[in-house]
Write a protein that binds this ligand. Structure first.
Ligand code: IVH
Length: 670
């Protein structure tokens, strides 16, 4: 029995690992998210029933664990070296001459790879399982950041190979893609946090978090390009190494060039430069490596870097332009964001006329003034930022930036919280805040209100027709018809759109409420644990923190939101107007006799497989969850029940055997 379970667990892990790889590394999933979730849940259930088989490299162990107080140190058996840099082609030709001389008559060739602008890491696999991940540190000693690295889905927990090496240390770069970086910074800005200067800082800052739950929400990925200690495996060439790593489940650069001579590499570098902006992540140059690994010993290394590789670095693209004005935007949570209004200028492929100034402190630090000539650059190649002021060109009559003391939109008071860098408008009725909230509330990923665009929102707010999202549900067609550009038909469409949004899933509503730090994914996690909005409202921080993905910051934020009377009032009015506030049962069944009931399965049922039992529960509107909590209604236990059975007894939850379960679902009625 246990042998069978052990095998099943191993198979599930391998299967999940494979789909994870196809989804995250190859971006070519074979199965639906739903089927993936089912596999994952199955594994979770088995591991909960047979805790002895839980292993640190299981896919279920990617997120979790308590925050660390410090990182342990890791000695790198083989040092993690850096590369010598060059900025021009003459230096590359000199590099080639040196190699030729050192290698005498030995033939050699080159490989060119993109140089990823991220953070170097090393992963150690023993018998195919990930056992440790670390930073480079000073090259000899780094930090043990295993828990943080496990949250990165492009990092395999186990090697995908029939013949796994006894020991394999792989080295690569953790980075944040440009788009993910832009979104993360926007979100940070919205909640008053200091944005990251560039994707590399964002990746480095994320990996330094002591609480791995904070890392799991960050859009990180990793690409591998070298090895450290290896036992039980050999590579003849660098190309061979990259191919093998790829076969084992690691992401490697999708683009590499081979060159028989340095001239071929120079032309490959031109190709790379042309493609630079097409990569989804930042490339700050190319790395040129000798392909034949047997030459590495002969060539050796200097104190810091190997002689068989060199980095060719790009200078960052910058432009100079006039700062015409500094305007202030007010976001959904009241955060005031200063924006640089610029004389339009060409930069890295686009014309730039605005740049973010992040916050007042940043403007003061850089002493940025209206009328200045400023140098701009793109952070993560997307967001233009003001890097510095050209002080020598400053006109005589400029003035230091004045912090706004009142909201530019509603003239409400402006404050700065102790732990924040942002200034905030304190007026919860501020039309600017309300407009961005309504836009968030109605957007496709949230309540998905068809027909409610920004132009309409502006009118509704400016005319005092709507002062919270709950008011939307009290709008009348006649009122809407009187708005600009609204006819009979469009007013009716909007009313229909609002009506339809009453039936959205609970998580959409949770997301739409705009609780700080609660994105769509987090809202879904919350829905899994709370079947009614009132349960969430009443949840204590300790209860919230029981959920693996939720740390103290998030728990406090959720509690703080519902302590606000205005927010409670909004929920009350939403409810009153018929907006769905409960978890909808899957498969569209809302009338089954098990509606709203939550089940946990443990042990083996003699006459039913788990899938069959799950299907029966779902058919009647019930839900099957992985672990027992106070909210569980029934625990169904078969032969050899696991720890869940004990847990149920402890919490006084009804336990049913198969016969009792059959009676409950009324097998007679089919
Ligand atoms: S090879 C011993 N390949 O650049 C050689 N490094 O400036 C190990 N980097 O520390 C490095 N992309 O963090 C190599 N394709 C690539 C790279 C790369 C980025 C980073 C790496 C290294 C730094 C050196």
């Amino acid at each position: 029995m246990t042998q069978k379970v052990k095998k099943r667990i191993a198979t599930l892990r391998a299967e999940i690992g494979r789909h994870n790889y196809l989804y995250y590394v190859e971006a070519a999933p074979l199965i639906s998210d739903r089927d993936y979730d089912a596999l994952y849940r199955k594994l979770e259930e088995l591991e909960a029933d047979f805790p002895a088989f839980v292993a640190p490299h299981s896919p279920t162990q990617r997120v979790g664990g308590e925050p660390l107080s410090v990182f342990e140190s890791v000695q790198h058996a083989i040092p993690m070296m850096s590369l010598s840099n060059t900025y021009n082609t003459e230096k590359l030709i000199e590099f080639d001459k040196r190699i030729k001389k050192l290698l005498n008559e030995t033939p050699y060739s080159y490989v060119l790879e993109p140089k990823i602008d991220g953070v170097a890491i090393s992963l150690r696999y023993e018998k195919g399982n990930l056992i440790r991940g670390s930073t480079r540190g000073d090259g000899k000693t780094g930090d043990d950041i295993t828990e943080n690295l496990k949250t990165i889905r492009t990092i395999p927990m186990t090697l995908k190979s029939r013949k796994v090496p006894d020991i394999l240390e792989v080295r690569g770069e953790v980075f944040m893609a440009k788009q993910g970086f832009a979104t993360l910074n926007q979100e940070r800005q919205k909640v008053g946090q200091e944005p990251f200067a560039n994707p590399r800082n964002a990746a480095a800052g994320s990996l330094k978090q002591l609480d791995s739950r904070m890392v799991s929400g960050r859009p990180l990925a990793a690409i591998f390009y070298a090895v450290g200690e290896v036992q039980g495996l050999d590579f003849e060439t660098h190309v061979d190494l990259l191919n093998t790593l790829h076969l084992m489940g690691f992401a490697v650069s999708v683009k590499t060039w081979r060159g028989a001579t340095i001239e071929e590499i120079l032309s490959a570098l031109d190709d790379l430069k042309r493609l630079q902006h097409d990569f989804s992540f930042e490339i700050d140059g190319g790395v040129i490596k000798i392909n034949e690994r047997r030459t590495y010993e002969t060539l050796g290394a200097t104190a810091k870097s190997p002689r068989w590789a060199v980095a060719f670095k790009y200078e960052p693209e910058r432009a100079e332009t006039l700062l015409k004005d500094i305007t202030i935007q007010v976001g959904r949570t009241g955060v005031l964001t200063p924006v640089a209004e610029l004389e339009p200028v060409a930069l890295a492929g686009t014309t730039v006329s605005r740049a973010t100034l992040h916050n007042a402190g940043e403007i003061e630090r850089k002493d940025i003034r209206i009328g200045d000539l400023v140098r701009i650059q793109k952070a993560g190649e997307i967001i233009p930022v003001v890097v510095e002021v050209k002080i020598s060109a400053r006109p005589k009559d400029t003035h230091p930036f004045q912090r706004p003391t009142s909201c530019p939109i509603c003239t409400g008071p402006v404050t700065q919280k102790e732990d924040e860098v942002a200034l905030r408008c304190e007026n919860l009725q501020c039309p600017a805040q309300l407009k961005s909230w309504l836009r968030h509330f109605a957007m496709r990923g949230a309540m998905d209100i068809d027909g409610l665009g920004i132009k309409l929102i502006v009118q509704l707010v400016d005319q005092g027709l709507v002062s919270s999202p709950a008011d939307l549900y009290q709008l009348e067609q006649a009122t809407i018809m009187n708005l600009e550009r609204m006819g009979d038909q469009s007013a009716e469409n909007l009313i229909d759109g609002i009506e339809a949004s009453k039936q959205r899933e609970l998580w959409r509503l949770i997301f739409a409420l705009g609780i700080r730090h609660v994105g769509a994914r987090m809202a879904q996690i919350l829905e899994e644990h709370f079947s009614h909005i009132d349960e969430l409202i009443e949840a204590k921080t300790e209860e919230l923190e029981q959920i693996p993905e939720i740390g103290p910051t998030l728990a406090l934020s959720i509690q703080a939101y519902f302590q606000h009377l205005k927010n409670l009032e909004i929920v009350r009015v939403l409810k009153k107007n018929g907006v769905n506030v409960t978890r909808l049962t899957p498969m569209g069944s809302t009338s089954g006799k098990l509606t709203g009931k939550s089940f946990v399965l443990t042990g083996t049922l003699p006459g039913l497989t788990r899938d069959e039992a799950t299907a029966k529960i779902r058919q009647q509107g019930g839900k099957v969850v992985a672990s027992v909590s106070k909210k569980t209604d029934y625990v169904i236990s078969g032969d050899q029940p696991g720890s869940k059975f004990e847990q149920a007894k402890k919490l006084g939850i009804a336990t049913l055997d198969e016969a009792e379960f059959s009676t409950l679902i009324g097998n007679d009625s089919g």
